[in-house]
Ligand binder design. Structure first.
Ligand code: DC
Length: 229
């Protein structure tokens, strides 16, 4: 397959590309590159649940508390530099949202339906502003059920653990493949079995198994699909 050139064709107005998949499927990196290639907005929906988790930690509020919901309703979560920078009430929280404390609590925050409703509304407003590549767990099913293109990225648990291990080692975090794999299995279980907006393949999503593919190969598959229509 020929690699498409950068910024080949800008998409017509308001096209939505939604990408879902489990942790470590490569969807964040892929979605970001697809957005760059097609010249549209990139939305990292997980970053928004992470920003809300920062609020919960700072104000010592339990995930399901009315006080947290009220703060979520009032706060402003914004992206700068096409999704590279995450702002919470104008403060740059790009690094804070990736700390172990947030990793540990974010799934509990993301399972609260009232918080999801607020975040989904916000995501839909962002989507209404123009063409977008949005990734997460419920983008193809709940946030943009009418998306023009839907993809579900997957990979074997072991491959996803290997990718995560490489990332952790590059940050000098000492751990083992078995430990990382166990963590991924637990996260999968939480994402798939939660009551509200669980991770699942939309019926009309194109499933891409990334186990034996490089990031560029996955990007090419998606861009080719989009440009073929
Ligand atoms: O993709 P991530 O690891 O940054 O996601 C952080 C958490 O948010 C994870 O527990 C899954 C959850 N999430 C979600 O429930 N819905 C989304 N659309 C995106 C992420």
């Amino acid at each position: 397959m020929n690699a498409p050139t950068m910024h080949t064709e800008r998409m017509a107005n308001n096209k939505k590309i939604a990408i879902d998949g489990p942790a470590g499927s490569g969807k964040s990196t892929v979605a970001r590159r697809v957005a760059e290639k097609l010249g549209c907005l990139y939305l990292d929906s997980g970053a928004m649940y992470r920003a809300v988790t920062v609020l919960a930690i700072r104000h010592e509020l339990p995930a399901g508390s009315p006080k947290l919901l009220s703060r979520v309703q009032k706060c402003r979560i914004e992206f700068a530099d096409n999704g590279k920078i995450v702002l919470l009430d104008s403060e740059d929280v790009t690094t804070c949202i990736r700390t172990p404390a947030v990793n540990k609590r974010v799934a509990d925050v993301a399972k609260i339906p009232e918080i999801r409703q607020e975040i989904v509304k916000h995501q839909q407003r962002i989507g209404a502003a123009g063409s977008i590549v949005a990734e997460g767990r419920d983008l193809t099913t709940i946030v943009f059920p009418d998306a023009d293109f839907k993809f579900y990225l997957d990979a074997s648990v072991t491959e996803r653990a290997r990718r995560r291990l490489a990332e952790l080692r590059s940050q000098n975090v000492q751990t083992t493949l078995a430990e990382v794999e166990a963590g991924i299995r637990t996260r999968d279980e939480k994402d798939i079995s939660r009551e509200h907006s669980p991770l699942r393949e939309a019926e009309d999503a194109i499933v891409v198994d990334t186990t034996h593919k490089t990031i560029d190969e996955v990007v090419d598959v998606i861009v080719a699909q989009v440009q073929a229509r």
